[in-house]
Design a protein around this ligand. Structure first.
Ligand code: SAH
Ligand code: TYD
Ligand code: ZN
Length: 412
């Protein structure tokens, strides 16, 4: 079944300019739709990506309705990685030391998920609100003492929060803004809710890192935008918001943390101009670069499928590690099913006992990985490689080998 609600035409979701498609991954399921028994009418859409010739924003060509992705059963848990728990603990600590030092400060987080960041703010007794539409993860945040509102953040919600709680000193969003096609409504909401000298800080996968590492699996239904410094700056300007700082982050395979403030309100950090110049130098969103990205992705598909077929022919046992949202793009684009990867292990309880979207590979708990170890493991959670390889030293100890596919297919 093809997806019913498709974006008409190919106008930019941010500025209305023309969008040219540069890569088509074909028919793809919703990346976090894990089902015990995949329904006969499992939803699929066409996953293709393009860039705007006016504002350069890289975006999906088709938009999946938000309530099909983010609902009570949304399975992603932000606290599933020790490295990410540490990362968000530090984010909270930094806000507490810098932006939240005035009288009775207030911080709002969009997409607080299970409370991985706000729990530290709550423990510090600082006024806060998490806005989280996915009911299950919102309940987990509430259980940690986080104050949560179960809604999609948008302009109307921002004005309601303002009426109830007053202006926010910090509005923060991690791996959430890129999930939201209706960016105009978000930025109007931020404009309404932000204190005059407040900051809007968000961090998301950086398109420059995606191109450099050919990490094509960062492209899936939920990742509607793939930001660059240039496109974020252009998107913010019409709403009176200025990009005042950028910071590269090592998490999730390379991200940028963007800091926006009201235009003219804060000193511009030199890092903004530096990273803009670097993007320009790399010709990041020019047709040649994007075509080169596409060719690399096709090469990876070819080599990954060939390797898995060879291993199967040799009778080797292959497992997948991490039933990530990203893996949906890899598995469905490469046409990999249980014949080549019989199971994937994942620590998320809600994913265990289900089958992966579209590719229908059984997801098992982490104990299945050790009992017995496979010969090879495809590392779908490659962004957590250091943490996972350290935890799974026993696998390498018995001669097990990891297979990674970005920036290229490698056996390590
Ligand atoms: N901040 C967390 C969660 C990222 S997952 C982290 O970095 O790990 C993205 C989250 O955004 C999901 O929990 C989803 O429910 C939420 N989300 C999606 N649309 C949203 C919106 N309009 N407003 C607030 N949260 C949203
Ligand atoms: P992640 O790569 O963070 O995000 P996405 O789903 O958006 O691609 O997901 C990591 C997945 O890997 C998550 O389902 C939990 C799982 N995981 C493990 O199974 N073991 C681990 O040690 C870690 C860190 C994650
Ligand atoms: Zn545009």
């Amino acid at each position: 079944m093809s997806f019913p609600k498709q974006r008409s035409g190919s106008r930019c979701r941010v500025c209305g300019g023309p969008v040219s498609e540069f890569f088509d991954f074909g028919r793809q399921p919703l990346s976090d739709a894990f089902h015990e028994q995949p329904p006969a009418d499992e939803l699929f859409f066409r996953l293709a990506v393009g860039n705007c010739s006016w504002c350069t924003m890289v975006q999906l060509m088709e938009e999946v309705p938000r309530d099909r992705m983010f609902h009570a059963g949304y399975p992603y848990l932000s606290s599933g990685s020790a490295v990410m728990r540490d990362h968000f603990g530090k984010v909270a600590g930094r806000f507490l030391e810098t932006e939240l030092t005035g009288p009775n400060p207030f911080v709002v987080e969009l997409g607080c998920n299970d409370g991985v960041m706000l729990r530290t703010i709550a423990e510090a007794g600082v006024r806060h609100l998490g806005v989280e539409p996915s009911g299950g993860v919102a309940d987990l945040a509430a259980a940690k003492g986080v104050r949560v509102r179960k809604s999609f953040f948008e302009e109307q919600v921002a004005t309601e929060i303002l009426a109830q709680d007053g202006p926010a000193d910090v509005i923060y969003a991690a791996n959430t803004l890129c999930h939201i096609p209706y960016l105009g409504s978000i930025l109007r909401g931020v404009d309404a809710l932000l204190a005059p000298d407040g900051v809007f800080v968000f961090e998301d996968p950086y398109f420059s890192d995606i191109v450099e590492r050919a990490s094509f699996d960062q492209i899936y239904d939920e990742h509607f935008y793939l930001f660059t410094v240039r496109s974020v700056q252009a998107a913010a300007r019409p709403y009176g918001l200025e990009l005042v700082d950028v910071e590269r982050l090592p998490v999730h395979g390379g991200e940028v943390r963007y800091t926006l403030a009201r235009a003219g309100g804060r000193r511009l950090a030199p890092a903004v101009a530096e990273l803009l110049a670097e993007e320009h130098e790399r010709r990041l969103t020019e047709a040649e670069t994007l075509a080169g990205f596409g060719s690399r992705v096709e090469g990876i598909r070819e080599r990954l499928v060939t390797l898995l077929r060879e291993l199967k022919a040799k009778g080797k046992r292959v497992a997948g590690y991490g039933a990530t949202a990203k893996s949906a793009t890899v598995l469905n684009y490469c046409g990999i099913g249980p014949d080549l990867i019989p199971y994937i292990t994942d620590t998320t309880k809600a994913k265990q006992g289900t089958k992966t979207p579209g590719s229908h590979i059984p997801v098992l708990g982490p104990e299945a990985f050790r009992d017995p170890y496979p010969d090879y493991a495809v590392l779908f959670a490659w962004n957590h490689a250091a943490e996972i390889m350290e935890k799974e030293v026993g696998f390498a100890g018995v001669g097990g080998e990891w297979i990674t596919y970005v920036p290229d297919v490698r056996v390590v």
